[in-house]
Ligand binder design. Structure first.
Ligand SMILES: Cc1ncc(COP(=O)(O)O)c(C=O)c1O
Length: 380
């Protein structure tokens, strides 16, 4: 077995039990055995989404979930306010335009959270806006947006609030019902701690009313049909059985641990990474850092593209670099998935070694010591 460490913001390291489940013999998805698992999973997903409404699974990547949320509530020529603060905000806005929406892009400087008052102003200036969409965490910058406050604002209008929670749901609180989120999306390879291949979507009652009559054509992602199938104890299409079985394990485990403690574990990894970055005399890229991924500014003398590749090739540690305007300037370390303290310590030490190889003055031995001491002092 490889001793490589995967600290990307998805896909993530898998729990050993998940690896075992994925290797089990195949069972058919139309069997009483699978029906029981499916029923439990659909119920437990509500707990993760903090909603009383149904949560749906698609066999797709997270982008499929974003498309599902969108096409189920969109009618051609609808006006949309898209908060664009990085790569994934851009993607959702592009997607909406592809489906014929008129998209107002609220461009937010990379690394900054959106200002609620800017959304408020735009909604007042453009009363025809039917949908506001944002990422909860913009993974390309490691930035969290103020979802609860935005939800409160948008709930006072007739617009729907669509949230891409792909690096949020399961990583930190995302209270769908309480925060007035009208469509929430998650993806399996992030905070749901599974391989890529499942996306999850839930709609509020306000969104369901629109979904009944929204004019965008939809087939694979038609949640009206999926709801009918789920009510009959089935999925509309074939289920990726091993993934759903592994999801059953993850959801049960999170429930056993308790959401609060589970979130505290992620926060600890995020706090650790932020603290160690400062000890390396590095700064954070984001002004509103997320607990699911930390973006660290690299020293001007270090080429981030080279550093990332070197860290992976020589030290077997995979992290992500920056994209577009942040390319070569940052690295992004993920905190989701099955991560042990020894992974955190080795990850940090190797990061320091790689920096040192590229000419940045730093003692990896000191970072190892500081990492070990920090983690000991901050047990959860
Ligand atoms: C916030 C966010 N949205 C969307 C996506 C796209 O997900 P996928 O690559 O699974 O389609 C990602 C993936 O990194 C993401 O982090």
């Amino acid at each position: 077995m490889s001793n490589a460490i995967l600290l990307a913001p998805g896909p993530v390291q898998l729990h050993p039990e998940v690896q075992k489940i994925l290797a089990e013999p195949m069972i058919h998805h139309r069997t009483p055995e699978f029906d029981l698992i499916l029923a439990r999973v659909l119920q437990n997903l509500k707990f993760l989404f903090q909603t009383k409404n149904p949560v749906f699974m698609h066999t797709s990547t997270g982008s499929g979930g974003m498309e599902s949320a969108l096409v189920n509530v969109l009618s051609r020529s609808d006006e949309i306010l898209a908060i664009v603060s990085g790569k994934f905000g851009e993607r959702w806005a592009d997607m909406a335009e592809t489906y014929g929406a008129k998209v107002h892009r609220l461009q937010v400087e990379w690394g900054k959270a959106v200002q609620v008052k800017d959304v408020d102003n735009l909604l007042k200036q453009n009363p025809k806006i039917k949908i506001v969409m944002t990422q909860a965490c913009e993974t390309s910058t490691g930035t969290m947006h103020p979802i609860e406050e935005l939800g409160k604002l948008i709930a006072t209008t007739s617009a729907l609030f669509l949230v891409d929670g792909i690096t949020a749901v399961g990583a930190f609180p995302m209270k769908m019902d309480e925060w007035h989120i009208d469509a929430l999306v998650a993806g399996s390879q992030k905070a749901v701690m599974l391989p890529t291949g499942l996306s999850f979507v839930a709609l509020s009652e306000k969104a369901w009313k629109i979904a009944e009559t929204a004019s965008t054509p939809r087939f694979y992602f038609d949640l009206r049909k999926e709801l009918k199938a789920n009510k009959n104890g089935e999925t509309l299409f074939s289920s990726p059985v091993p993934l759903v079985k592994a999801l059953d394990f993850i959801l049960t485990r999170i429930q056993e641990i308790g959401l609060e403690k589970h979130f505290a574990q992620l926060r600890r990894r995020a706090d650790f990474t932020r603290a160690m970055a400062l000890k390396m005399c590095l700064s954070l890229y984001s002004e509103a850092p997320s607990d699911s991924v930390t973006a660290i500014n690299l020293p001007a003398s270090v080429d981030g593209v080279k550093l990332r590749a070197h860290l992976e090739k020589k030290y077997l540690v995979t992290v992500m670099g920056g994209q577009d305007q942040a390319k070569g300037k940052i690295i992004r370390i993920g905190h989701m998935g099955y991560i042990l303290d020894e992974d955190l310590i080795a990850g940090m030490e190797n990061f320091a070694l790689a920096l040192s190889d590229l000419g940045y003055e730093i003692s990896a031995a000191r970072i190892r010591e500081e990492s070990t001491a920090w983690l000991k002092a901050h047990e959860v």
